[in-house]
Design a protein around this ligand. Structure first.
Ligand SMILES: [Zn+2]
Length: 332
């Protein structure tokens, strides 16, 4: 990364001149916000071997990533989706994506209703489709295809769930221009190394007037700010860009997408799902084992509905008119 000359020449204009002067000598530190390009960024904490920065202009919480993309992508193996089955230390990701199928699908039914309020049917791209469970939920309304960075997940989607999911890079999908009526990114954008490039690619493949739906956590909400380095969503190098609503607004502008609204993100969890997630997030085998043992009893299998205050769905569209069906040339 390049040094921030403005801050070096006029350090008093920054809120933390010492940081910027230090950063001149350390090319790896974050100088500018990845999303809004502001120089008002401070180191806020370190967790494991990763340093986190907060942008005071847009509220983004960013990881100073010093890993090559291939190393980041290598984490999306079977162990990420099926952490319970992994015998390795430092398990991260889903306790078991397969075993959480019922609650994931129940959550996807609610997400599908959000999508269909804007786009009742048509061609749909699920970017970050994992095992294709949303595609399967949406199949009676949409002609859907999925992409995922994980070869493992894409193969499970095809072979086990019969869904059309291809292992592709979200920044370079190879999909046609102006093709989709709707694109969904469910809990994906926080994983991306270059989220603006990914959104520009989504803009390219959306039809003019097509809709995009992005669910993520709001890192500028009071709850993550209160929890600081103990926030359960911190999972570098899996989660790299924790968005804020302001950051999402800027990201949409930079990708030439029109942001229409921030919607709530209702989800369903079982009690055992929640305990197991905390077990994986906090690397606690004690909690993970309790969660797993509770799968066998009625309390553990009890499913509840929750709209977490720190989550949102950003809904927007590509400018232009959606062409609905064949054009009637008989009209003057
Ligand atoms: Zn920013």
């Amino acid at each position: 990364m390049t040094a921030n000359w403005h801050a070096i020449l006029w350090p008093n204009k920054s809120t933390n001149s010492h940081y910027y002067l230090t950063s001149f000598f350390d090319e790896f530190l974050v100088n500018n916000c990845l999303i809004c390009n502001s120089v008002e960024v401070n180191q806020v904490f370190r967790k494991a071997e990763f340093t986190y920065f907060r942008c005071h202009s847009c509220g983004m919480l960013l990881v100073d990533l010093q890993l090559a993309p291939a190393e980041v992508f290598s984490h999306y193996s079977k162990a990420y989706y099926e952490a319970e089955a992994s015998r390795t230390d430092g398990r991260r990701g889903y306790p078991s994506y397969r075993n959480a199928r019922d609650t994931l699908e129940a959550s996807f039914v609610e997400k599908l209703a959000v999508v269909r309020r804007h786009v009742p049917s048509g061609r749909l791209l699920d970017a970050g489709a994992a095992y294709g469970l949303f595609l399967s939920t949406a199949a009676s309304h949409f002609e859907g295809i999925g992409i995922d960075v994980s070869e493992y997940a894409a193969s499970v989607a095809r072979d086990e769930f019969g869904m059309n999911v291809q292992a592709r890079d979200i920044e370079r999908t190879g999909l046609p221009d102006d093709h989709f009526d709707a694109i969904v990114l469910w809990d994906i954008i926080e994983h991306l190394i270059h989220p603006i490039d990914a959104l520009r690619e989504m803009h390219r493949v959306l039809k003019p007037g097509g809709w995009i739906f992005i669910s993520t956590d709001d890192a500028a909400h009071w709850l993550p700010r209160l929890l600081g380095s103990q926030w359960w969503a911190l999972a570098a190098p899996l989660h790299l860009c924790h968005f804020s609503k302001r950051g999402m607004t800027v990201a949409f502008q930079r990708a030439r997408l029109e942001l229409k609204e921030f919607a709530k993100d209702p989800r369903r969890y079982s009690v055992s799902d929640i305990i197991k997630h905390f077990g994986v997030s906090y690397q606690s085998s004690f909690l993970a084992n309790i969660g797993t043992s509770m799968e066998q009893n009625a309390l553990g299998r009890w499913v509840f509905h929750v709209t977490r205050p720190e989550q949102f769905i950003a809904i927007g569209r590509k400018p232009g008119e959606l062409i609905e069906g064949p054009v009637d040339h008989s009209r003057p």
